[in-house]
Ligand binder design. Structure first.
Ligand SMILES: *[C@@H]1O[C@H](CO)[C@@H](O)[C@H](O)[C@H]1NC(C)=O
Ligand SMILES: *[C@@H]1O[C@H](CO)[C@@H](O)[C@H](O)[C@H]1NC(C)=O
Ligand SMILES: *[C@@H]1O[C@H](CO)[C@@H](O)[C@H](O)[C@H]1NC(C)=O
Ligand SMILES: *[C@@H]1O[C@H](CO)[C@@H](O)[C@H](O)[C@H]1NC(C)=O
Length: 385
């Protein structure tokens, strides 16, 4: 008699379960149909993902059709030398209040226009790894748009690993500083700048406008020392300098690290210096005692390496091994020294006794006399009994 008709809500639930198990199906709108849309796991959470991976796109026209519920946009492996203005379209059409993560890794992006990103005020993470960015006003065209990230009012993580074109040297820091300053990234907590061939920062205060920064990733560059200001960053708790070109750190640099933690600041500070070519002879004489007494947490400190030249070959020694061998060398040296001193002492004593044997004899004679006489008397007495 009664026909059971599932209501819309339950239909939708069934649908979303379907979406979940196939990891998203094709998006519904025509321009986005090469992409997958649906709920799925991301970062340990269940989120609505639009995934346009290796879809062969050469423009961003389809992004104006992003569904309103999109929380994660993955747009990777496409070819977009220039990101045009306003890639997410007009706010009147599109409301992207749910969008939290934008991943535009590996798209050959060379230029991001100053007005590319609008309607991104809730985005917390922007990933632009493995691109070909230029941000300088030198060269044929002006690519310096210092307000490129200014609409990311709530950005907490910016990933720029291997993001820049094989670069232009330490000028990068000036351009970056201008972007950080004019984009007003006051909520940014994590900045990734690994693998960008960075040697130095012409402007040492390059990061100082990132007032909330906690973690700074500068691994796999060519940085030779602490050539940028960290004391201006009140919340900084981690600096990654792993796999750079640090041969030694002077007292000043080490003291600056000390200033980032107890007793100067009421927070922990961690640093990663692994896989740098420290010099065993002059690079470790300040580093090694500092590592042993500082309040800074030096990540994997026993495995810090130094390089030693011997017979024209380079040897790599871990700090732990270096300390042990130094300890052995010291205790070995002490043993030998004690042995030599003992030999000298005994020799001198022997010589002294030999040289003064007459005096000794003279001095001892009366005593020996008495003893021998006494023995003699005793003998006689005992014979008398
Ligand atoms: C996005 O799609 C690609 C290719 O289909 C897939 O390998 C990747 O795992 C997807 N990412 C997520 C977070 O679902
Ligand atoms: C990177 O951009 C430059 C122009 O700045 C261009 O000449 C080069 O071919 C691009 N490289 C890649 C891999 O896209
Ligand atoms: C920068 O952002 C803060 C809050 O995030 C805001 O109060 C301030 O007005 C902004 N400054 C500029 C120049 O946009
Ligand atoms: C680092 O920044 C702080 C705070 O802005 C400033 O007082 C200090 O002089 C700077 N240090 C260097 C070496 O530029």
């Amino acid at each position: 008699m009664f026909l059971v008709v599932p209501d819309l809500k339950h239909l939708f639930l069934l649908f979303s379960i379907g979406f979940y198990y196939v990891g998203g199906t094709s998006c519904k709108t025509p321009l986005l149909k090469k992409c997958k849309c649906g709920r799925g796991p991301y970062d340990g959470k269940e989120l609505f993902i639009v995934n346009c991976t290796n879809t062969g796109f050469q423009n961003t026209d389809m992004l104006v059709e992003l569904p309103e519920e999109t929380q994660v946009l993955i747009f990777t492996g496409n070819y977009l030398p220039t990101l045009p203005w306003n890639i997410f379209g007009d706010f009147n059409i599109n409301n992207l209040n749910n969008l939290r993560i934008i991943d535009m890794t590996n798209n050959h992006i060379n230029e991001i226009k100053g007005k590319t990103y609008h309607h991104v005020q809730y985005v917390e993470r922007l990933i632009l790894n493995h691109n070909n960015l230029t941000i300088s006003d030198e060269g044929l065209e002006n690519h310096h748009h210092p307000r490129i990230f200014s609409n990311f009012e709530n950005l907490e993580e910016l990933h720029l690993t291997n993001a820049f074109a094989d670069y232009t040297g330490d000028a990068l820091s000036n351009d970056l500083h201008d972007i950080f300053y004019k984009s007003n990234l006051t909520k940014l907590q994590k900045l990734h700048l690994e693998q960008n061939e960075i040697k130095g920062f012409r402007d040492p205060n390059v990061f100082c406008d990132l007032i909330s920064i906690r973690d700074l990733y500068l691994g796999q560059n060519y940085i030779p020392g602490l050539n940028f200001n960290i004391t201006c960053l009140k919340k900084l708790r981690f600096v990654d300098l792993e796999s750079n070109q640090i041969r030694s750190l002077n007292e000043n640099e080490l003291h600056t690290f000390d200033l980032m933690t107890y007793p100067y600041r009421n927070q922990e500070f961690v640093i990663d210096l692994n896989n740098n070519p420290f010099n065993c002879d002059f690079g470790l004489n300040t580093l090694q005692p500092w590592v042993r007494k500082t309040n800074v947490t030096v990540r994997n400190r026993d495995y810090l390496k130094c390089i030693k030249m011997k017979y024209g070959l380079n040897y790599t020694i871990t700090l732990k091994k270096y300390e042990e061998s130094k300890h052995h060398r010291v205790s070995g040296a002490v043993t030998i020294l004690v042995a030599i001193l003992s030999i000298i002492l005994f020799t001198l004593l022997g010589v002294y006794i030999y040289l003064s044997k007459d005096t000794v004899k003279m001095k001892l004679e009366p005593f020996l006399d008495i003893v021998s006489r006494k023995v003699h008397y005793t003998k006689i007495e005992s014979q008398n009994v």
